[in-house]
Design a protein around this ligand. Structure first.
Ligand code: SF4
Length: 289
């Protein structure tokens, strides 16, 4: 049986916290995520990512040169077996403004989604709606979510494979109705670092799947694909993430991002006018037209 050395664990947690703080600080600066006077609502799901996010933001806030508020918000979705005391106790001991919203989305999802289908899509939409409404009512200026670098890369592959779009999950986003600014301060953090940090801190994890649903199966497959790549070529996921910050539109094929038509135009910018023919007649059998 291996013996856990508490000094070693504390030392590792310290190193991890330093690295996570550096990444979070850089993401906040790069995307101007938090400004003086902000009321930042940190959505705590009960998973490792959001606990880590809240703790790192608290540490940064203690030393930040600007004032901003952190408000922890958790949604009790009334899943069977949900332990109500766990989050309440954790939040009480934190000493910051916090709220637990109780809303039975579990029954709604169970009623609407056919047996055997994954419920996560509808469940997430309902959760988002409740949290956004709460944020608006309580004057929150930013909504912080715990998505990290690996979530962002996985989402990019999901969108490429199933949506034919080169689109990931942005570190900062204006909601569709223009009312909320959503930030993802863990955008530069590796999931593995977060998992090890959460482990070392002993956060009281509340599993998401108390509802009995499964995580999106395709996401699970993509996660496994990325993990295999990273084992074979360490640093690959980091490189993929960095490629999202070094986009070269002239070497992609989106005509709305780069004016390929103007390439090779004559001196006064005129484009040879064969475009209509190429678009409409190029596939006609020879001899017609
Ligand atoms: S696992 Fe359950 S609680 Fe978690 S997102 Fe999916 S449906 Fe919702």
């Amino acid at each position: 049986m291996s013996v856990i050395d508490p000094r070693k664990t504390r030392h590792e947690a310290g190193i991890l916290q330093q690295r996570l703080r550096r990444h979070v600080g850089r993401a906040i600066a790069d995307f101007n995520m938090i400004e003086a006077g902000d009321r930042v609502m940190v959505c705590l799901s009960g998973g490792k990512d959001s606990y880590t996010l809240l703790e790192i933001l608290q540490r940064l806030r203690e030393r930040a040169p600007i004032d901003f508020d952190l408000i922890a918000v958790h949604l009790d979705q009334k899943q069977p077996g949900y332990p109500p005391a766990v989050m309440a106790q954790y939040l009480d001991e934190l000493g910051i403004e916090h709220h637990i919203i109780e809303q039975d989305t579990y029954s709604v999802v169970k009623r609407v989604v056919p047996e055997g289908n994954t419920m996560c899509g509808l469940c997430s939409r309902l959760r988002r709606g409740i949290l956004y409404t709460f944020a608006e009512r309580h004057g929150m200026t930013k909504i912080a979510l715990g998505h990290h670098r690996d979530d962002i890369v996985e989402t990019m592959f999901l969108n490429m494979f199933f949506g034919s779009k080169l689109k990931a999950m942005p570190p900062k986003l204006l909601s569709d109705d223009g009312k909320h600014v959503v930030i993802r301060p863990l955008a530069y953090c590796a999931e593995d670092d977060i998992a090890r940090y959460a482990d070392s801190r002993g956060f009281p994890i509340i599993p998401c799947n108390l509802c009995g649903s499964q995580e999106h199966l395709q996401r699970v497959k993509i996660k496994a694909m990325l993990a295999a790549w990273d084992r074979e070529h360490p640093g690959r996921v980091e490189n993929i993430f960095r490629s999202l910050q070094a986009v070269v539109p002239s070497h992609l094929a989106d005509t709305s991002l780069f004016d390929f038509r103007a390439l090779g135009a004559d001196a006064d910018g005129a484009v040879p006018d064969a475009r209509a023919w190429f678009m409409n007649d190029a596939s006609a059998p020879s001899g017609e037209s």
